[in-house]
Design a binder for this molecule. Structure first.
Ligand code: BES
Ligand code: MN
Ligand code: ZN
Length: 495
């Protein structure tokens, strides 16, 4: 799908479908393009409005074929909700939903007319993102894909001449949308096709294409270093583990010493290990590498948008299986930092691989760390599928990250991490236990990581509830969401 932006009178645009935004609620001014439709519509629009057919609710579409006064084959009023609540986040979803509908209806060229006051950087970027996000499909492994037309071109027609900055924003939107889909493609892969080493190969190919440095630490290297915590998880699987490291270095060294680490959990399949998971729903544990995939997608975008801060990605990749050599509940492992851990539950494996990656990142001198991980079922209990849980040891850094999330329309919620939670993780036999009992499971998991983050400013994002959509929405199919990619990129470029 080509995604282009041009400045043209939208009456003359030759396209399959011309989308014009329609706001909800009477008395609110509509956009000039909407009023232009009214002027050309010979009373059609007035009639539609008074019949109550088109209310402008979000994702509602009202189609007019062969509209007089327009070169377009169809004109679609795209419901955009109340004007007062219209944000880039709403536009992103409205476009994605309209594009999905267009695909189902045989349209191959789709155009959005965007006019003032919405011809801004944020809206233009969101429109491009929405087109890519809406175009994403999960049926790549079907021998015959589901019936639909492919959109050949999405056009954004802005009713003023775009300046350089606006053009840049549009380009950025494309990069963000494509990179988020890159992440979703990885997350969508089943565990048999995407093992840790396959993920590493995908990362390497991407890194070479984008001009990032790539280093893959294999099992031998990790054994040499002493990553006993990560390796303990990996030992139950026939598929060997690795630690994927990608480096982005700005071309001009900046005065600041800041160095951002993006760390992502990549358990390519989580059976639970010896503390095995119930069969029901276990197939979904192929998405237990969504944190790692989000980090890789973000690095792809970062390589193309060249922020001024160096960014290094650390993606510990393992399969948590229950082969004959699998670790047992009660095993004690020694992590890279030297701390010993009693593995009370082999299904609490994400934290075990993350802490060795965190320690490794710290040794490389990073100054700020963010991790994304499908870490706990408990975060789903706490926040449902709506918010990412955000935990931190540094309020200023957390605020920075939450701002980035807000700008990018990703819902994140600040969760507590008081020192009182430390008691939950006590072990009589080792420095710490890997689980904290029944209550506050998302917090104790985060607290475990905090023990390794130490004084380095760090944010942990638990994406277990948000990385995978349980049912299709108008703007996206059931499956991987690609959450965190846009926030990570925003964090880096706004640094
Ligand atoms: N990968 C799971 C967490 C998860 C649950 C992700 C649901 C996505 C959806 C993680 O490795 C896990 O198994 N966590 C355990 C921890 C428990 C053993 C303390 C959990 O949440 O049950
Ligand atoms: Mn698990
Ligand atoms: Zn897991």
């Amino acid at each position: 799908m080509r995604v282009i932006c041009k400045n043209q009178d939208f009456h003359t645009v030759e396209t399959g479908t011309l989308l014009v935004l329609q706001f909800e609620a009477e008395g609110r001014p509509q956009t000039a393009s909407y009023e232009a439709v009214r002027a050309a519509s010979n009373g059609w629009l007035d009639e539609v409005e008074s019949s109550g057919e088109a209310k402008g609710r979000v994702y509602e579409t009202t189609v007019l074929h062969r509209p007089a006064g327009f070169a377009a084959k169809r004109l679609v009023l795209a419901g955009a909700g109340p004007a007062a609540k219209f944000t880039p986040a709403v536009l992103r979803r409205v476009i994605a939903a309209a594009l999905r509908k267009a695909k189902a209806n045989g349209v191959s060229i789709l155009t959005l007319a965007l006019d003032e006051p919405y011809v801004t950087d944020d809206f233009v970027s969101a429109a491009a993102e929405g087109a890519h996000l809406g175009n994403y499909e999960v049926d790549r492994h079907k021998s015959k894909p589901d019936e639909r037309t492919e959109i050949e071109e999405f056009q954004l027609v802005v009713l003023k001449v775009p300046d350089l900055q606006l053009t840049n924003s549009f380009v950025r939107g494309n990069i963000l949308g494509e990179s988020q889909n890159f992440t979703r493609d990885l997350v969508n892969e089943p565990g048999n096709l995407l093992t840790p080493l396959v993920l590493a190969e995908r990362a390497r190919t991407m890194a070479h294409a984008e001009g990032l440095e790539c280093e893959i630490l294999d099992r031998d290297r990790m054994t040499q270093l002493g990553m006993g915590s990560l390796l303990g998880v990996a030992q139950g699987s026939a598929n060997p583990p690795c630690l994927i490291v990608l480096r982005y270095k700005p071309s001009q060294p900046s005065e600041s010493k800041d160095h951002l680490a993006l760390i992502g959990k990549a358990v390519t399949f989580d059976t639970g290990g010896i503390s095995i998971k119930p069969a029901d729903g276990m197939e979904k544990m192929k998405y237990d590498m969504a944190g790692g995939a989000a980090v890789l997608g973000a690095m792809r975008a970062i390589a193309r948008l060249y922020p001024s801060i160096p960014v290094t990605a650390y993606v510990p990749a393992v399969e948590n299986a229950c082969g004959g050599n699998a670790q047992r509940p009660g095993d004690i492992v020694t992590s890279l930092s030297g701390r010993t851990i009693e593995v009370l539950n082999t299904d609490a494996e994400g934290r075990l691989i993350l802490v060795d990656a965190i320690e490794y990142a710290k040794r490389e001198g990073v100054t700020h760390m963010v991790d994304a991980a499908t870490l706990t079922g408990a975060i789903v209990v706490a926040l449902g599928h709506i918010h990412v849980g955000a935990f931190s040891n540094d309020d200023a850094f957390l605020t920075k990250l939450l701002n980035a999330a807000k700008i990018q329309g990703e819902n994140m919620w600040h969760m507590p991490l008081d020192d009182e939670y430390r008691d939950y993780l006590k072990s009589p036999f080792a420095d710490i236990g890997n689980i904290g009992g029944r209550w506050g499971g998302a917090v104790t998991a985060a607290y475990f990581l905090k023990e390794w983050a130490g004084d380095t400013p760090w944010v942990h994002l638990d994406i277990a509830g948000t990385a995978w959509l349980e049912e299709a929405k108008p703007y996206m199919p059931k499956g991987p969401s690609g959450v965190c990619v846009r926030t990570f990129v925003e964090l880096a470029i706004s640094w």
